[in-house]
Ligand binder design. Structure first.
Ligand SMILES: [Zn+2]
Length: 231
């Protein structure tokens, strides 16, 4: 079991790295421990694209490293506190994905100007503005979880993004799609005129048609095949 979950976190990390969501050695994704001991998350000090199964560790809600080697990420409460607040969440991603961070810092709402943002809108991506500093304490983790509420993503304004899903596969695909949505919005704005976008009813229909569970699974498998050395 632990080999499978280490492999899952490794693949998620490498996909996020290949998706240019890495910020040197920062950013991490996690899977809920099926035995309720905490989260499986990459060790600190590695870039996302460098995460092998042996560089994944099990971290308790109190921040203890229960299995695995190396230093632990200081922002583990993002993962442990969201999982405590959301029984439906099995995977959490936190990265500093550049276009999504820029969009939130610019004070813009995410708009469904193409397919991608319909993954999140409605209700949209809430904005956590309690601090732009690191999420170092369980109290801050709970505050992020409260802002996330029932959504699948939250902007940590001037810092990063968090995406969640029933599994780490879903949360990883969500992070990739959020960055694509922000990029699409940026290039749309580049034309200078006021864009059009889907109304909420159309967004919900598009989400059902485009981002249904089987499609998300296909996207995950595609992203795995695209990793260096796979296919
Ligand atoms: Zn961060």
């Amino acid at each position: 079991m632990s080999e499978q979950i280490r492999e899952l976190v490794s693949l998620s990390s490498r996909i996020l790295g290949a998706g240019d969501q890495g910020d040197l050695v920062w950013g991490h994704s996690s899977a809920r421990d099926p035995e309720g001991r905490g989260v499986w998350i990459k060790a600190a000090g590695w870039g996302l694209e460098e995460v092998t199964p042996s560089r994944v560790q099990l971290v308790s809600p109190a921040g203890e490293v229960l299995e695995g080697e190396g230093p632990r990420h200081s922002e583990y409460p993002i993962h442990t506190e969201i999982m405590a607040a959301r029984a439906d969440v099995g995977g959490v991603v936190h990265t500093h994905s550049p276009y999504a961070v820029a969009l939130a810092a610019a004070g813009q709402e995410l708009l469904p100007v193409s397919h991608a943002a319909n993954f999140f809108v409605p209700p949209g991506v809430p904005r956590f503005t309690g601090t732009a500093d690191l999420i170092l304490t369980p109290a801050l983790g709970r505050a992020v979880a409260a802002t996330l509420a029932d959504a699948s993503a939250v902007f940590l304004v001037n810092h990063g993004i968090v995406t969640v899903g029933p599994t780490l596969r879903d949360a990883t695909v969500a992070a990739i799609i959020l960055e694509r949505a922000a990029y699409q919005q940026w290039i749309t704005r580049g034309f200078g005129t006021w864009p059009t976008w889907s109304d909420p009813g159309e967004s919900v229909a598009k989400r059902e048609h485009i981002f249904h569970p089987a499609a998300v699974e296909q996207v995950w498998e595609y992203l795995v095949r695209r990793l260096p050395g796979r296919a």
